[in-house]
Design a binder for this molecule. Structure first.
Ligand code: NDP
Length: 403
């Protein structure tokens, strides 16, 4: 028996899925405390779950000492941070102070500087090692599953990986004119940043969404996909130094892009405070307040996501290609957890990461991204807990075919 106590911080879309999936495995997730900033959301979630081993609390995780107090009181084995990237460091500090392990799904980003890098969290490595605790960074889908896919391919199918393309398609339709699939503030900050990819040892910057390619997604078909920077590229090129080029592609509908352009042009996506009726407000935070909650998009969401990695390299001296992917249905995700596939594809891996930690399968002091951990048990659990994957070897890669 592996029984454990988990503190989940954040009761949004992803938190909802993590809690639902943990509730399905009470033999591992013995006691769970869900804590978030707005207690009404925690209460609503607890009501939906209706499980005696799930409890709720209020916490402002920007304040490390509040998290420390909560941890001291509840004594979890691991803290699952599915609040926002801004809270990563205060929560990591609280874990360090209390000697408890940590898991998140997105890397730290300062609120006033939209800039993704693992640097800030990698800086905790020695302190976590000394304290004998573990941090599992970016255990969602991308980052997360995409790195496990690469590690799995590297372990079983390649001697050397040379080219990596992560391809992320959401072919769903939520029926709203404009909405984001995860936290609007984080999503818009990510999409409006410069693109960046890695080639021959260098990072190449591109204007936001200026490089486009039509990619054929399994079960979906051709979709316009845009080159973006994504955090897992940073750790993947570090951990697989044979990679010559690494890129990340994501689909956006024309309507989303047009609406986003208008919002940008009129200043609604800005993070610089403006005066409004004597108050300082941040336009992007105001925009978040009026956009639909991503967790509430599920009810009418039709269609599916398809996210995968496409790799080219060498095996036994011969050229090899490999495509590993998962398709996830918005409708099925909604039926199971009451929310949509983007939350589902993020929440399931976070639950699995915490499960493997509690089982002692992924348990070692230090700070790790997923490609540094044994991919086999994780890949097995993806099949078991709702994100089955497909693999194709030595076929032309969709990303390389000119459309
Ligand atoms: P939501 O906005 O739906 O939920 C965030 C939750 O965190 C809310 O309940 C919010 O509370 C709470 N929160 C925010 N600030 C604090 C704070 N200071 N203290 C305590 N709780 C706080 O976001 P998502 O569920 O969509 O995203 C959760 C995380 O998952 C994000 O970090 C996101 O970047 C990441 N993500 C990762 C993906 C991946 O594949 N790796 C994909 C999608 C998302 P309140 O209700 O008060 O705002």
């Amino acid at each position: 028996m592996y029984m454990g106590k988990v503190l989940i911080i954040g009761a949004g879309g992803v938190g909802t899925v993590v809690a639902h999936k943990m509730a399905q495995i009470p033999e591992i997730f013995n006691e769970v405390l869900i804590a978030s900033r707005t207690y009404e959301k925690v209460e609503k979630l607890l009501k939906k779950l209706n499980k005696a081993n799930f409890h709720g609390s209020k916490v402002d995780a920007d304040n490390s000492s509040e998290v420390v107090a909560l941890i001291k009181d509840f004594k979890p084995d691991i803290v699952v941070n599915v609040a926002l990237p801004y809270q990563d460091l205060p929560i990591m500090d609280a874990c360090l102070e209390t000697g408890v392990s940590y898991l998140d799904t997105a890397n730290y980003e300062p609120k006033d500087n939209p800039h993704f890098t693992y640097e800030w969290q990698w800086a905790y490595k020695e302190r976590y090692e000394k304290a004998g605790i573990m941090a599992i960074l970016g255990c969602g889908f991308d980052p997360g599953v995409t790195q496990a896919y690469v590690a799995y391919a590297a372990k079983h199918y390649f001697d050397e990986i040379h080219y990596l393309d992560i391809v992320d398609c959401n072919a769903g339709d939520h029926g709203k004119y404009f909405a984001t699939n995860f936290n609007p503030e984080i999503n818009i900050r990510e999409v409006t940043q410069n693109g960046r990819y890695y080639e021959n040892g260098k990072w190449i910057e591109t204007k936001p969404l200026s490089i486009k390619k039509s990619i054929n997604y399994p079960g979906i078909g051709l979709r316009d996909s845009y080159l973006m920077y994504h955090e897992e590229l940073e750790s993947l090129v570090k951990n697989f130094p044979t990679i010559k080029r690494a890129r990340f592609w994501m689909t956006f509908s024309q309507r989303y892009l047009t609406a986003l352009e208008v919002l940008q042009e009129i200043g609604m996506t800005s993070i610089k405070p403006i005066k409004f009726k004597g108050m300082d407000i941040i336009p992007l935070e105001f925009l978040k307040a009026i956009l639909p909650e991503p967790s509430a998009l599920g009810a009418n969401y039709k269609g599916q996501t398809s996210i995968g990695v496409q790799l080219r390299g060498l095996k036994d001296g011969k050229e090899r290609t490999c495509y590993i992917w998962n398709n996830c249905s918005h409708e099925e995700a909604f039926k199971e957890t009451g929310t949509q596939a983007i939350n589902y594809t993020t929440g399931v891996p976070a639950m699995i990461g915490a499960k493997l930690y509690l089982q002692g399968i992924w348990k070692k002091p230090g700070v790790y991204t997923l490609e540094e951990l044994n991919p086999d048990p994780f890949m097995e659990d993806l099949n078991k807990y709702g994100l089955p994957w497909n693999i194709e070897l030595d076929n032309p890669l969709p990303v390389e075919i000119a459309q």
